[in-house]
Design a protein around this ligand. Sequence first.
Ligand code: SAH
Length: 396
Amino acid sequence: MTTLTLKSGRDESLLRRHPWVFSGALRREDMDVGAAGETVDIAASDGRRLARGACSPASQIRVRTWTFALDEEIGPAFFADRLKRAIATRAAMNLIAPQFACRLVNAESDGLPGLIVDHYAGFLVCQFLFAGVERCKNEIVEQLQAAFPAAGIFERSETEARSREGLQPATGVLAGREPPALIEIREGDVRILADIRKGHKTGFYLDQRVNRAMLPEFCAGADVLNAFAYTGGFGLWALKGGAKSVVNVDTSAEALSLAQRNADLNGFPAAAAENVAHDAFQVLRRFREAKRQFDVVVLDPPKFAASAAQVMWASRGYKDINMLAFQLLKPGGFLFTFSCSGRIPPPLFQKIVADAALDAKRPASILRFLGQSPDHPVLLSFPEGHYLKGLICRVD
Ligand code: SAH
């Protein structure tokens, strides 16, 4: 097996079981060693072997660790074990049921760097994000079929992370039946159509499930603004909670047309939900000028900061949209506000929201601190896995 050796003093991160090895931590002579996806050993500068991982020659993250057990072979038994454990965790939380959706495998945090597997009512949707999982795709799919009886396994590997690794986008059936154009899933009593073949991510934002479920208790008789609505998830929960009206705002007209179908599917009156296909910043500004007010505002924007260099710019975006939201809230109203930028840590996000409230001259307090759903676990040795944070605020 090829062994890559770390520079002296660079073994701390692996000793703390962080799963990534950056190219800069490797000895100069090992910088160009290892083929895409090849299984390699990593050794400290004194030759002690520390971990075994998959090589990504095109990435700054040169090796992603499969295992710290140095006798463990990366083959069918390894994948079977990791998949079994990941699925057992979800089963223990009662998240696996025929009509429901949840994440079965959350990449690094389930010991399978670069692999996402989501379950949608009998179908599995996978993303193979890096060279290591790409190389082992057939083995992984075989073990997945053995571990989880599904009608079909569909691939949605068209992410930016993949192109950064020099891998082509890949979409299509990996095993079993082709999924239908839309799959109906349930969250609690809410019925949702998910487009697993063409929708965002693997079809639906499963990471927000626990947070959507918190909305109803704030919504009886409420006028709700759901900004960055996608297919209306938060809006549907608001209507379930007895909201008087919901305005869904999203730039994607396609997502909003599914939001409308979702509202119909749940039997909500057509007049209850308004869908505005436009830039949320502009729409919220327009509402402010029109002195339109809401009891509840949900802000769930896309990732504004994809790199460290974008944090400043992203912070301004978050502050701007949160300030507008505070200005649109009636006294005593509630703000559900989120950031899914891993680069914006929770304390910074809280500060941005606090600055936004100050600028809006709306004193507010935090009622709850939110994060991603528990089927998106965060390995303690991999804090980067914690990307979604949210706050429920109440304005005076
Ligand atoms: N809240 C949703 C997920 C939102 S994801 C749910 O629970 O399912 C972020 C959404 O923001 C995407 O649907 C994307 O189309 C939309 N979006 C991106 N930029 C936008 C903008 N400037 N204005 C409005 N929507 C935008």
